[in-house]
Design a binder for this molecule. Sequence first.
Ligand SMILES: Cc1ncc(COP(=O)(O)O)c(C=O)c1O
Length: 452
Amino acid sequence: METSLNRRTFLARTGLATAGAGALAAGITGVAGCRTDDGAAAQPGTSPPQVSPFDPNDWASVRAQFDLDTQLGQFAAFVLASHPAPVRAAIAVYRDSLDRDTVAATADEVQLEDAARGAAAEYLEVAAEEIALTDSTTMGLGLTYHGLRLRPGDHILTSTHDFYATHEALRLAAARTGATVQRIPLYDDPASAAVDQIVARVRAGIRPATRLVALTWVHSSTGVKLPVRQIADAIGEVNRSRSEADQIRFGLDAVHGLGADPTSPAALGCDMFVSGTHKWLFGPRGTGLVWARRDAWDSLAAIIPTFSGPSFGNWFDGGSAPFVFGLDGTPGGFHSFEHRWALTDAFEFHLAIGKDRVAARTQELATRLKDGIAGLPNVRLVTPRDPALSAGIVCCDVAGRDPLEVVAQLRSDHRVVASATPYQTSYLRLGPSIVTSPEQVDAAVRALASLQ
Ligand SMILES: Cc1ncc(COP(=O)(O)O)c(C=O)c1O
């Protein structure tokens, strides 16, 4: 028998007042997930795995939260996160509950997703409705640059230093809209990059037709951290004399800044801040976010149907709930929910240590590494030594050696895990972080000194 439901009954029955996929599938709302004394998420009737005592003021204790191989100096942990204990525990609880009874486990999907968005908002010091949840930086860049309302002939300015994901997202967006993309170098020698020069080059690259400046906060190609605030101010200056329709939007791949530099996206001054949360934040693998300044919402459209309650409501009875970036920009469909929900625990882990302390520790270790490398005759430092122009990534060049070969030798002969930058000009890359000790930094410097 066919039943006719009105909007209110439908939303009430499915819990979709602000709801998404889980509540829709469940048709009921259940008991919200709860937190154990140590902060790990738990579901009723589930015993969370034991989490070792955690003293956020003790770096050894912070490192002990990770299951990383302690025989290795972990200088590539930022590439793809290892989960700290509270995140592992939360994932285990959610995974087990999903495996036991998917319907019951997803009954609180809306609240759990809202909690993740709320934790991200607290961490980033912005409003929760400005944050869309994604699976990665790459997904966020694709959604953002395809969502931007570009017209044929519009000009997109980016740099030669950006990663494949930005360049490809822009190429695809331009092919679809008829916009053009221009890549410019912002510095010639990364080691001597300078704020004024970078800002002047961005400013000189802006044309009357420019509608998007798409850059990366910390270049994974060189370790250079851009002076984002100053670039935003220069763009703002141009925008002041432009009509609303001709405003330039400033998009940022922020993945190597988030979790390494405490500056909030609003303070940075960009319009769209796109990041994975599975690198320096050490959040669940396969998670990410996009923050969009409220003023920029009008220039952004959703690309993938969201499963938000208001959107479902619009579909259900032709309503016209307004566009809310955080909901409408979050792709719908079922997700690896155990990872998405455990994002809350990743933000809480960092906040327990303190954003500023994490950033200061990352900088302290990176500076120690750079100082060590600067004294080596066989290794050239590529990343600037100035902390204002660098974060946790340290790139260098070992004389006469292929970076990939050096990566292999560092691991096999010295128990140092490094990476090589995946760019046309490739460098050896080490990223000290909260999982690395000062002694491991010194050992890495000694290992580099011994390379022929
Ligand atoms: C600058 C930059 N952006 C994006 C990515 C890809 O991030 P994700 O795996 O979150 O898509 C990388 C490297 O993995 C990167 O170096």
